[in-house]
Design a binder for this molecule. Structure first.
Ligand SMILES: Nc1ncnc2c1ncn2[C@@H]1O[C@H](COP(=O)(O)OP(=O)(O)OP(=O)(O)O)[C@@H](O)[C@H]1O
Ligand SMILES: [Mg+2]
Length: 311
């Protein structure tokens, strides 16, 4: 996976406006402290490194340090390391600062985050901070307010596909467009997931990705199976139950089944009327919410199926 991590912002897909803004800072310097927030696999860590590399060029190795918030035992360690780093004599271009990258800062205690805010202030004449988090609600308000908050949006299916095409070209992987589209859809905005699956499938398929090949290797629930379930649910609900049951026996999790319904609802190739689609996706979203709340049962799935077919 590290092999395919973008080294330059031009390789980062999605979030066009954000990338544009960052390029502005690369041109003009005067970077504010940044706080990136998004679910996993959308490019926070990647963007932070690209930004450092492109802003600092030859001095990236010396003027950029990464501290992992969940590794550093306590803030005193962080303060000491930042202090030593801030004291280093490094000549930078006008408007450039040394950069401290602190990944996963939402895993720090509130106490530690408050102390971090002080550290950011104390070293502000020489250093800028790039922070990342998955959950912004776990970052204390005073720390948020010291930073420019950048919330990354999930890259679209097309965006992810663009990245997969680039990787295939660089790694000499043959592919059909449909195969890459499927990988991009399955990822649901998580580019890491798409890249991982690309690697796995390309390995098994000897660098020749066909749609059928990818389906065989990845073993996910096909939208046609969802279509089947919905059809029988319309006639005899107990038959739909048997189908759901057999998916579970085959080893699919409740989450995987809900995801398959979600993909079905998103799939514009089926000719569902708009009002029906809205109801369908709402039912899926509610099932998702119920089951992530910890209620993992077939009953929840059946409730979803019935709501999906309007019963
Ligand atoms: N926007 C993107 N453009 C291109 N590749 C991406 C993008 N986002 C993620 N990737 C790919 O996924 C991998 C993981 O991305 P990254 O580590 O930057 O995600 P993250 O947002 O920091 O996730 P986490 O919250 O789990 O730390 C990268 O090595 C890269 O291959
Ligand atoms: Mg990360």
């Amino acid at each position: 996976i590290e092999l395919y991590r973008p080294q330059n912002l031009d390789e980062v897909v999605g979030n066009v406006n954000t990338v544009q803004r960052l390029k502005y800072f690369i041109q003009n310097g005067n970077l504010p402290n940044l706080l990136f927030s998004s679910p996993p696999g959308m490019g926070k860590t990647t963007i932070a490194h690209c930004l450092g590399r492109q802003m600092l060029k030859d001095q990236y190795k010396t003027a950029f340090i990464e501290l992992n918030a969940s590794d550093e035992r306590n803030v005193t360690d962080i303060r000491e390391r930042v202090k030593t780093f801030a004291q280093l004599q490094i000549t930078l271009d006008a408007g450039r600062h040394k950069l401290v990258f602190l990944d996963e800062c939402d895993s720090m205690t509130s106490q530690a985050q408050l102390a971090l805010r002080r550290i950011i202030e104390d070293f502000s004449d020489t250093t800028r901070f790039i922070l990342c988090c998955n959950m912004i609600q776990k970052v204390v308000e005073p720390l948020q307010s010291r930073c420019c908050l950048i919330t990354l949006q999930p890259p679209s299916v097309d965006d992810i596909q663009t990245r997969l095409v680039q990787i295939c070209a660089s790694a000499n992987i043959q592919y059909s467009k449909e195969a890459l589209k499927l990988l991009s859809q399955l990822a649901e905005g998580d580019v890491r997931n798409a890249v991982n699956n690309l690697q796995t499938t390309s390995l098994s398929l000897d660098k020749n990705l066909t749609l059928q090949g990818v389906k065989d290797v990845l073993d996910f629930i096909d939208v046609n199976q969802v279509d089947d379930i919905l059809k029988v649910a319309n006639q005899q609900i107990s038959d739909a139950y048997l189908k759901i049951k057999s998916l579970i026996v085959e080893g699919y999790s409740v989450e995987e089944i809900i995801n398959a319904f979600y993909r079905f609802g998103q799939n514009t190739e089926n000719k569902m009327p708009d009002t029906e689609r809205v109801r369908f996706l709402k039912a899926v979203a509610q099932a998702h919410a119920r089951t992530t709340g910890g209620i993992q049962s077939e009953t929840q799935l059946m409730r979803m199926v019935m709501e999906c077919v309007g019963k």
